[in-house]
Ligand binder design. Structure first.
Ligand SMILES: CC(C)(COP(=O)(O)OP(=O)(O)OC[C@H]1O[C@@H](n2cnc3c(N)ncnc32)[C@H](O)[C@@H]1OP(=O)(O)O)[C@@H](O)C(=O)NCCC(=O)NCCS
Length: 158
């Protein structure tokens, strides 16, 4: 497994993945709209050379925010590998905090990040109402039939 910078030949794969999985390229987080097609990112490449995941992020003022993270080979360590890689990059860029947003329906991610060591920093109640004004494609019902209502902000100090 390895990660490769998005701009080294994987930008189209990442754009397609984000389009399929998140109705991208625009992603809303805490009331901000991010264009993932121009954000820095990495592709995850498996041992056979296949594209199998991606992450996009932004950095500012000592903060590293993961905007999207997807594993196309779940439960085989890919998500953990991607996250550890992002922590290393954040540290090398002198970030003190790594954070991300998940929605309340994403119970797998909520479990995954907490087991990894992330802390729930904030719950932005009913944030999805505002997000839908900025991006109407966000569905009303999310994973497992759970209404998508709130943003959960997780953080880990570096
Ligand atoms: C959340 C997500 C990134 C996790 O990725 P992943 O590749 O499944 O992550 P891992 O394989 O490292 O860990 C997942 C689980 O598999 C387990 N696991 C890791 N390696 C394993 C292996 N070799 N064999 C069996 N289980 C393994 C982990 O312990 C973890 O267990 P848990 O479910 O009890 O927490 C992935 O589910 C995903 O892409 N979801 C959709 C997009 C999303 O929600 N992204 C997050 C919001 S930005």
């Amino acid at each position: 497994m390895k990660i490769v910078k998005a701009d080294l030949g994987y930008r189209n794969d990442i754009n397609e993945l984000i389009k399929e999985q998140w109705a991208g390229p625009m992603i809303v987080s805490k009331g901000h709209v991010w264009d993932t097609s121009v954000l820095p990112g990495f592709a995850a490449i498996d041992d056979n050379g296949n594209f199998c995941g991606a992450v996009t992020f932004r950095m500012s003022d000592g903060e590293f925010e993961i905007i999207t993270m997807n594993s196309l080979k779940e439960n085989q360590g890919m998500g953990t590998y991607l996250l550890k890689s992002m922590m290393n990059i954040a540290k090398h860029n002198y970030c003190q905090r790594l954070c991300l947003i998940t929605t309340n329906d994403n119970t797998k991610a909520i479990r995954f990040y907490q087991k990894f060591g992330f802390t729930l920093k904030a719950v932005h109640l009913n944030a999805l109402e505002k997000s839908r004004e900025l991006k109407p494609a966000i569905p009303l019902i999310g994973r497992d039939g759970i209404p998508m209502l709130h943003e959960f902000e997780f953080e880990i100090m570096l």
